[in-house]
Design a protein around this ligand. Structure first.
Ligand code: GRF
Length: 202
């Protein structure tokens, strides 16, 4: 009987999306999931400090490893911590098809645009907001989607629109998309997927 799905959060940087998940869990908003592990691709990621403060086990698997060893080390940790769901939260490494095909509809990613706009290989972080401003769109937002072998190409789970304001810079726009969309969508999507998993396994 699966009481709740065990979540691993993959990070690479500041970890504000990880923090949104931790805060949501603290506030009882992810009743069907439990954040059981954090894996960072960067040893210096501030996200690791956020995990430590929340007493969540955290490990670094350096992105400098060759892809096979990188993914083998990750898979070992996922097995050790009995993980059911993976959430990519500001995770900057690409996962191979060999990895993702073992986790169908079990890997979620937050992308800072309304997919299919401004996404795909090379589109991450500030680059996404620079492209949105350069194109002159009036509305952008964030998307949570399942991860498959196509970068940002998996089934869309949730989206939320955010207005672009006069004078926005990539930095001010990134902050608004995080505050108004990313940090709200990711915990909601995690709960939706964890609830579906616990229901299908019981
Ligand atoms: C942000 O641009 C976010 O949109 C993307 O990764 C970046 C850093 O996120 N998913 P975080 O603060 O490390 O969660």
């Amino acid at each position: 009987m699966l009481k709740s799905a065990r979540i691993a959060v993959f990070v690479s940087g500041g970890g504000t999306n990880l923090q949104a998940l931790l805060d949501a869990q603290r506030d009882g908003k992810i009743p069907h999931g439990e954040i059981a592990l954090v894996i960072s691709s960067q040893a210096c990621a501030y996200a690791l400090e956020r995990a430590e403060k929340a007493n969540v086990p955290a490990h670094t698997v350096p992105s400098s490893l060759i892809q096979h060893d990188f993914e083998a080390a990750i898979e070992l940790l996922l097995e050790q911590y009995k993980i059911d769901v993976i959430v990519l939260a500001g995770f900057l490494s690409i996962l191979s098809e060999n990895f993702t095909k073992k986790w169908p509809r079990r890997i979620l990613n937050i992308h800072p645009s309304l997919i299919p706009s401004f996404c795909g290989r090379g589109m991450y972080g500030l680059k996404v907001h620079e492209a949105a401003l350069a194109r002159g769109v009036k509305v952008t937002g964030a998307t949570v989607h399942f991860v498959n072998e196509i970068p940002d190409g998996g089934e869309i789970i949730l989206q939320k629109a955010v207005e672009i304001e006069e004078g926005d810079t990539p930095e001010t726009l990134q902050r608004r998309v995080m505050e108004q969309a990313e940090w709200k969508l990711l915990p909601r999507a995690a709960e939706l997927v964890c609830r579906a998993i616990t229901e299908e396994e019981n």
